[in-house]
Every structure is written in structure tokens, then in C-alpha cells.
Design a protein around this ligand. Structure first.
Ligand code: HEM
Length: 421
């Protein structure tokens, strides 16, 4: 597949606009698909924000992007996104041995027994949320953010008295909600993030100084004891960034919970399949991750030169992998716009086809280490929906615009919890 010495070929087709930034803002998740279709190619070049980019999609492109250490994330995302979603010193900013060493910390933290613990914590927080909201009509997105913040805090081993839960929930949700925006909303979210980073660094400092007790084996304890590749302890600021790298994405699963409820509402027949069949619940969760929009793209800069399809990619070149288009690639998914969890029966499991959380291998590349946790939480929520019918869905605007990144149903999915009897 990767042709390192093969002949050069014609250049990739080029978007004929001077700059595609406006087209990206106008089309959102559909930007790539429209260009791929119009140019008749799964790779094209364009200018985005004045910068030349190669945009690509599909399983072969995902393998090129995620395997073989060809790309780094340095200078790959605008700072407005980078500062909200990761940060300079985080695992995502590392490459080579330092990256693999830091990544091991995440994979250990997210081992199967630990994910079972996370789901148990979610179950009890979800029951509490149903009780707290009895008789009320509320946005399921807001309930999910609150529930998953409590879940993440308790699973991480953070004592409740050491955290301002509503502030943490609001700040962490804003990091995701505002990552796609520019201007004051984005700046406010970045200011809030700095506040949460200070809180996390102080928390870890107190644990290291013995002023705060943490249960052994919890993620916070693992962060406190974590080392760099050279054996030195992780600094408190870096450990704080990585604590946010656990809290923020667990809360971000709230979008998939909303999308799961949206799918169950439109496909009530799925209840019967999911109830009492965990494998069916996992297929349902995977179809939610495939079908609904979350991360539109991921960008990298070439760190090691290579030739692919006869084209030389030189260090520093900017390449964008379209995750949304790959999850909707008609070469991979028949009837791609239909919500059909059964497509995952007997699925090959090729790591570069279902890529809402990246491609390749999580242990060695930048693929998300939280994928199994995300699937487990979404599948568990689907089981709650299928067996308990915990709320009704009042009339509202359920449309999901592909122009807004990150997407949510227009009315944030209002639900009515039954009253106390
Ligand atoms: C809502 C569900 C989630 C989505 C859509 C998502 C998406 C992604 C994507 C697309 C990447 C790849 C970034 C890249 O290629 O540079 C990524 C990386 C990452 N994710 Fe997730 N994620 C989710 C949940 C989680 C969870 C639950 C955790 C941890 C508890 C987590 C922690 C991370 C970390 C630490 C990285 C950086 C990995 C690296 O650079 O090696 N994510 N995520």
C-alpha cells in the first residue's frame, strides 16, 4: 500500500477556491465529502486559513495517517482548538518513546477492570440523576454532562469536598462546546480551562504533600506517581493537564449519550434488540459513534518524509484526515446513512474503518485510549434506555445540523422524567 520508491504521478486534485476556510465554516462536517465528490478523489489539496493542506479520507488514508509514526500533532491545530482540547505538554503533543511511555499510563488507567468500575459509578450517578430530575422537563445533554462529571470525579478518586462540581462540569463541557468557535466564547472557555488547570495542579500538589488522601489504584494516584520516560516524576502542571485529559473526554461522552437517546427515539424497534443482549448494546454504541457527528477531522504535520501514491510528503506539510467522511465512506459502509447497528455483526474490526476516535493502534499511535470506556458507557446507557424507558421525549426540534461543530440536536434533546409517585 505505501509506495516509498514508486514513480511520481500527477498532483492530487486541487480545490479551486483561493481559500476553503469559508467553505469549511459553511459546510461543517460535510465540507470534505462535498469536495471529495466534486473532485472525484479521496485526496485533494486546498488552502485553509491561508495554509496549504492535503485533505484525505478512507481506510487507506487513515492507515497512512495513524500508522508508521509519519505525523506529529505539532502546529497541526489552531491554538483556539489546541488549548481547549489538549495542551502543549499533553500526551498528544509527544512523539516517539516519550509518547509511548506516557500513553502506557493511560492504557493502564483504562484497563477492563477499571472500565467496569467506571460503568458502575455511571450506573449509580444515572439513578441519582433520574431521582433528582423526577417530574422535570430538562435537556438530556445538561443532565448527561452533570452525571458524567460526577462519574468521572468519583472514578478518578477525587473527594467530593475537594471539587466545585457545577464549575467543573461547566468548564469541562465548555472546552468541548467551544473548541469549534472563535472569538469571545472561545476565549472565555480558555480562561475557564486555566482555572480548572490551577485547581487540578493544586489537588495533585496536596496529594503529593500528604494533605489529601486518595484511594490506592485510582487514576489520581496513578497520575501522582506517574513518571516521564527518563524516570523523573511528572511535574504537577503536566499531571494536571493529563487529569483534564481524563475528566474532559469522559464528560464529552455526554454527546454520545444524547445521540444514543436520539437514535433509540427514532428507532424504537432497537429496544427489543438491546434489552438483555450486551453484544447488541455494543453494536448499537458503535453505530452511534459511526453515524453521529463528533470530531470532524484530525490534523497532523509530516515528521518523517514518505511517498504515497507517487506523491512526496515532506516534513512540516499539513495533512488532514476526514474522520466523519471515513465513518460515512460508501466503500466501507453499505447504505451508509442508515442507522443500522446490525452492520457490526461479524464486522472485521479493521482499525482504520470506524474512526470516530482515531485510527491505527492506541498503544503505539495517537488513537484515543478512551475508546473502550466510551463504548462501555454508551452501551450501558443504551441498556438503560431499552430496559427502563427512563423518560419521555416531548415535541421539539430534534434536527442535528452538520454545520455546527460539535453537533447537538437543536433543542439539546429535551426529556421529561416521570414524577414521583
Ligand atoms: C466522546 C468520546 C471521545 C471521542 C469522540 C474522542 C476522540 C478522540 C480522538 C479523535 C483522538 C485522536 C487524536 C489524534 O489523533 O491526535 C483522541 C485522543 C485521545 N483521547 Fe479521546 N475521545 C473520546 C473519549 C475519550 C475518553 C473517555 C478518554 C479518557 C478517559 C480519552 C482520552 C484521550 C487521550 C488522552 C487522547 C490522546 C491520545 C494520544 O495522543 O496518544 N478520550 N480522542
Amino acid at each position: 500500500m505505501t509506495d516509498l520508491r514508486g514513480p511520481r504521478t500527477r498532483p492530487f486534485p486541487r480545490s479551486n477556491a483561493i481559500d476553503d476556510s469559508m467553505a469549511f465554516l459553511r459546510n461543517g462536517y460535510a465540507y470534505g465529502e462535498r469536495r471529495f465528490r466534486r473532485l472525484g478523489s479521496d485526496v485533494f489539496t486546498a488552502r485553509l486559513g491561508g495554509r496549504p493542506a492535503t485533505v484525505m479520507y478512507g481506510a487507506e488514508a487513515a492507515a497512512i495517517f495513524y500508522e508508521g509514526d509519519r505525523f506529529s500533532r505539532a502546529h497541526a491545530m489552531p491554538t483556539s482548538v489546541q488549548h481547549l482540547l489538549q495542551d502543549e505538554a499533553s500526551v498528544q503533543a509527544l512523539e516517539g518513546e516519550p509518547h509511548r511511555h506516557r500513553k502506557t499510563m493511560f492504557t493502564r488507567m483504562l484497563e477492563p477492570a477499571s472500565i467496569d468500575e467506571l460503568v458502575r459509578s455511571f450506573d449509580s450517578e444515572w439513578s441519582a440523576a433520574c431521582r433528582r430530575n423526577a417530574g422535570r422537563t430538562v435537556s438530556l445533554y445538561d443532565v448527561a454532562v452533570d452525571t458524567l462529571t460526577r462519574t468521572a470525579v468519583s472514578w478518578c478518586g477525587i473527594p467530593e469536598h475537594a471539587v466545585d462540581l457545577p464549575e467543573l462540569a461547566g468548564a469541562v463541557a465548555a472546552m468541548v462546546d467551544r473548541a469549534g468557535s472563535f472569538g469571545p466564547g472561545n476565549w472565555m472557555a480558555r480562561a475557564r480551562r486555566r482555572g480548572v488547570e490551577r485547581w487540578a495542579a493544586e489537588l495533585l500538589h496536596d496529594v503529593r504533600r500528604g494533605r489529601l488522601d486518595i484511594a490506592p489504584g485510582t487514576p489520581v494516584e496513578q497520575l501522582v506517581l506517574a513518571t516521564e520516560a527518563d524516570g523523573s516524576l511528572l511535574s504537577e502542571d503536566v499531571a494536571a493537564v493529563e487529569l483534564l485529559n481524563v475528566l474532559r473526554p469522559i464528560v464529552a461522552v455526554s454527546r454520545y449519550l444524547v445521540f444514543a437517546a436520539h437514535a433509540m427515539h427514532h428507532h424504537p424497534g432497537q429496544r427489543a434488540s438491546v434489552a438483555g443482549d450486551h453484544e447488541a448494546a455494543v453494536r448499537f454504541a458503535n453505530e452511534v459513534r459511526r453515524r453521529f457527528p463528533f470530531f470532524p477531522i484530525i490534523a497532523g504535520t509530516v515528521q518523517r518524509p514518505f511517498r504515497w501514491r507517487g506523491h512526496d510528503f515532506d516534513p512540516g506539510e499539513w495533512v488532514i484526515l476526514d474522520l466523519y467522511a471515513t465513518n460515512h465512506d460508501r466503500r466501507l459502509w453499505s447504505d451508509r446513512n442508515r442507522f443500522a447497528p446490525e452492520r457490526f455483526e461479524g464486522w472485521s474490526g479493521d482499525p482504520n474503518t470506524l474512526v470516530p476516535q482515531g485510527g491505527g493502534d492506541a498503544a503505539t499511535g495517537h488513537r484515543c485510549p478512551g475508546e473502550a470506556a466510551t463504548i462501555a458507557l454508551t452501551a450501558r446507557f443504551a441498556e438503560h434506555l431499552a430496559t427502563e424507558a427512563p423518560f419521555t421525549v416531548p415535541a421539539q426540534d430534534l434536527r442535528i445540523s452538520l454545520r455546527r461543530i460539535p453537533a447537538l440536536p437543536e433543542d439539546r434533546f429535551l426529556v421529561t422524567f416521570p414524577g414521583r409517585s
